[in-house]
Ligand binder design. Structure first.
Ligand SMILES: [Zn+2]
Length: 482
């Protein structure tokens, strides 16, 4: 090869290199442009992001208004709901679901699998739901000054109800809740939670259900308990005789006026109660108490003639001693526990032989004495005496006429009395259980021989003890038609 050739060749090589350089420059240019584009992109990018920034500049405020219409478009539409009890429930939306465990104070998003489980559980009902008077679900409800159409309503009790409603202006639907049986409605699924007063009302309703359960245990059967609890007024029993006592139940606080005396209904369980003693002189007939009629049946009381020594007869003339004792007795019976202290039927305190039945008109040595509003059970001296039921000892003391005497408070104004004991086994304030030995049979005080003088007092009126044996005032409901 010659040098020219070499040059030529090298010349040709140079040309080729120049071409390559242009290519290189092109590549560089392209790369440079790409870098510019990349660098500039983030500078243009902030457009979708300012919502997170929120600096308050006029520019960003304009930009912030942009995304909100897209949020409104995906507003969730309620399609179904179910409350399982006062606290638990769920809402189904077109494409999601939420659940509450606190009566609507908070609604938390649920996973779809959870949702399916709950839907399958939808038949579950509030315990004792049928103990409440049924509420007819409304077809429309008034809410925020508009009439909303009810798509689904569910009343858990006679007071607490939920309703899925919608309005032409609110096609997405609302879940409303009432705590007054449907008179007024409030939003039960607000994002910020239900109003605090709703939570308080639901709590009160839970308490009411517990109170109902507590009260129901006192009746003979679920059916009678349900009947009493659902009623406005209940007489236990609806028919009585002179000398008996009736327990009156009302669903609200109030008073009962009977034979000129006013008795205040006291709260217990889910109702209000008072004992109403029927006087020995009550005339047969029907008398209204609340929305009920109390039937007073005819009853004849026998006469008993008692012969006592002159010395015993003179005991009744010691009026100072008798009056002093009466003050003690009145004081002991002046206050009673504000609840029924027993839960089971009463028992007869001793077996004994009935020597004087309840209500006998008594003549002592030929003179009219009084009607014997107790039973006398003769038994051997020292026979153990059982407490007729649970109670608190109100008085246990040696008194002039009744001898060693005990009064047990059974609550709500009812006392049992035990007289002429040889020995007292309890002292005032002692809590006793049904069947506890409280004393021994004797013949202390105005007594002709060892026996137990036993009776009940309701609001300071002696009442027939036979009603209580193997029974209790709540079980008297069964005697409705007798
Ligand atoms: Zn007696």
């Amino acid at each position: 090869m010659n040098p020219q050739d070499k040059r030529h060749r090298s010349g040709a090589h140079i040309w080729q290199s120049a071409k390559f350089r242009i290519l290189l420059v092109g590549v560089f240019l392209a790369a440079f442009l790409a870098v510019i584009v990349f660098v500039q992109l983030p500078a243009n990018a902030p457009a979708p992001a300012p919502a997170a920034g929120g600096t308050g500049e006029t520019g960003t405020v304009d930009q912030q208004q942009e995304p909100s219409p897209t949020v409104a478009v995906v507003k969730k539409v309620m399609v179904d709901f179910h409350m399982q009890d006062l606290q638990h429930g769920w809402i189904k939306y077109t494409d999601s679901a939420a659940a509450t465990e606190d009566g609507g104070a908070n609604w938390l998003d649920m996973a779809p699998e959870q949702m399916e489980q709950l839907a399958a559980d939808g038949s579950w009902q509030l315990e004792m739901a049928d103990w409440f008077q049924a509420v007819e679900p409304p077809r429309t409800v008034s809410f925020q000054a508009k009439e909303f159409e009810v798509k689904k309503a569910q009343f858990l009790t006679d007071r607490i109800g939920w309703a899925l409603v919608s309005h032409a202006d609110h096609p997405e639907g609302s879940l409303l809740v009432t705590t007054d049986g449907g008179a007024t409605w409030v939003d039960g699924a607000k994002p910020e939670g239900a109003a605090p007063e709703i939570a308080a009302q639901l709590q009160a309703e839970s308490q009411r259900i517990d109170d109902m359960k507590r009260e129901a245990a006192y009746y003979s059967a679920e059916g009678t308990a349900k009947e009493a609890i659902r009623s406005d007024w209940t007489l236990l029993p609806a028919a009585a005789a002179p000398g008996d006592v009736v327990l009156v139940r009302h669903k609200e606080a109030g008073e009962v006026v009977w034979e000129g005396k006013t008795y205040t209904l006291k709260p217990f369980g889910s109702g209000y109660f008072t004992y109403v003693p029927i006087s020995m002189s009550a005339k047969p007939g029907q008398y209204p108490i609340g929305d009920q009629l109390l039937t007073i049946k005819e009853k004849k009381f026998e006469t008993q003639y008692l012969k006592v020594t002159k010395q015993m007869e003179s005991m009744k003339q010691e009026t100072d001693k008798i009056n002093a004792d009466q003050k003690k007795i009145d004081l002991a019976r002046s206050s009673s526990a504000p609840e029924f202290l027993f839960s089971e039927p009463f028992i007869q305190p001793i077996e004994g032989i009935l020597t004087t039945p309840f209500g006998y008109t008594r003549y002592v040595n030929g003179k009219l004495d009084s009607s014997h509003r107790a039973i006398d059970l003769a038994a051997k001296e020292g026979t153990p005496i059982k407490a007729t039921n649970d109670g608190i000892v109100a008085l246990a003391e040696l008194l002039y006429l009744t001898g060693n005497a005990i009064y047990l408070d059974h609550g709500m104004g009812l006392f049992s009395q035990y007289a002429h004991l040889s020995e007292l086994k309890v002292k005032p304030g002692d809590k006793v259980k049904k069947g506890d030995i409280i004393g021994l049979v004797g013949t202390t005080g105005f007594s002709t021989g060892p026996h137990l003088h036993f009776t009940f007092w309701a609001h300071n009126v002696p009442v027939n003890p036979n009603l209580f044996f193997d029974s209790s005032p709540f079980l008297w409901l069964l005697k409705r038609s007798s």
